[in-house]
Design a binder for this molecule. Structure first.
Ligand code: PAF
Length: 282
């Protein structure tokens, strides 16, 4: 695997592959990689000839008081993991390479409506930062296909929408959530949790499975199911952020006639914010 830090070098390397008619698969990350990320690499390999991953802790998507400074930077370890999984190029740019005129002067990409819901409401500006950096990374890598985890379900929708709205010639693929045996969705932020908190954190997925069962058994009491789940989470030690049964197509609150649903949730374990979701077909 070749690690590249500059856009010019990245373009030079990838132009060669493109001229050979190779299909380029892209997995953008913020590093501190876990098995979930590596499964994105596997998925990229299944549908492309050359795999590029990026590691960039994007300051634009962190709010004031969030974990930008403490976000783990583990480049050597990440390089080893990516190489062992068959990644061809790692693009690890500096802040100055990505935002040469400074963050304040950066042109930004705003995906309206969907960016304001749920995680967007709790983290104002977060999805603008995500859309902006992903749009820029697409311009730098010019991939044929890009893979994003479904754990960040709303992020995936924002990126799909941006790609469509800006007519970007990139196929967007979602990848299933990777979980521990106990059901906890893999996340770089799980590393912030103590062993005790890690055990409690499994409640998040458990409430989703219980809610899914209720919906599959015909319940339409969406607010009752949401309240029950939030109570369970609070009783187990979580602080609530949101828990919502949504229509999958636009993340609006589900109605009785909707068949394709997703339950999206975020909750705080101490100062660590965890997210999870589950898709349901009625
Ligand atoms: O999901 C992430 O790790 C980040 O939001 C992404 C897509 C790499 C953009 O910084």
């Amino acid at each position: 695997m070749i690690t590249i830090h500059s856009i010019a070098e990245l373009r030079a390397q990838l132009n060669k592959a493109r001229l050979q008619g190779k299909r380029i698969g892209f997995v953008p990350t913020m590093g501190n990689l876990h098995e979930g990320h590596l499964q994105l690499i596997d998925q990229a390999r299944a549908c492309s000839d050359v795999i590029v991953s990026s590691i960039f802790v994007n300051p634009l998507q962190f709010g004031a008081g969030e974990d930008l400074d403490s976000y783990p930077r583990t480049l050597a370890d990440d390089q080893e993991k990516l190489a062992s999984r068959g990644c061809d190029f790692l693009f690890a740019p500096t802040d100055a390479e990505v935002y040469p005129h400074g963050r304040e002067a950066q042109t930004q990409v705003e995906v309206p409506t969907i960016s304001d819901l749920y995680c967007g409401a709790s983290r104002p500006g977060h999805f603008r930062g995500v859309a902006t950096v992903v749009c820029k990374l697409f311009g730098m890598v010019q991939p044929d296909v890009a893979i994003f985890g479904e754990k960040d379900f709303q992020q995936l929708m924002v990126i799909r929408r941006m790609t469509e709205d800006l007519s970007l010639p990139v196929e967007i693929q979602g990848a299933p959530i990777a979980r521990n045996e106990d059901g906890l969705a893999l996340s770089s932020r799980n590393g912030y949790l103590s062993p005790e908190e890690l055990k409690i954190a499994t409640t998040l997925n458990r409430t989703l499975l219980i809610a899914k069962d209720a919906l599959l058994n015909g319940s339409k009491d969406f607010s009752g199911i949401e309240e029950q789940a939030e109570t369970t989470l609070e009783e187990s030690g979580f602080k609530r952020d949101y828990y919502k049964i949504c229509r999958r197509s636009d993340l609006q609150p589900a109605t009785d006639s909707d068949k394709e649903l997703v339950i999206v949730t975020a909750a705080y374990m101490g100062s660590t914010r965890l997210i999870d979701n589950i898709q349901i077909n009625l």
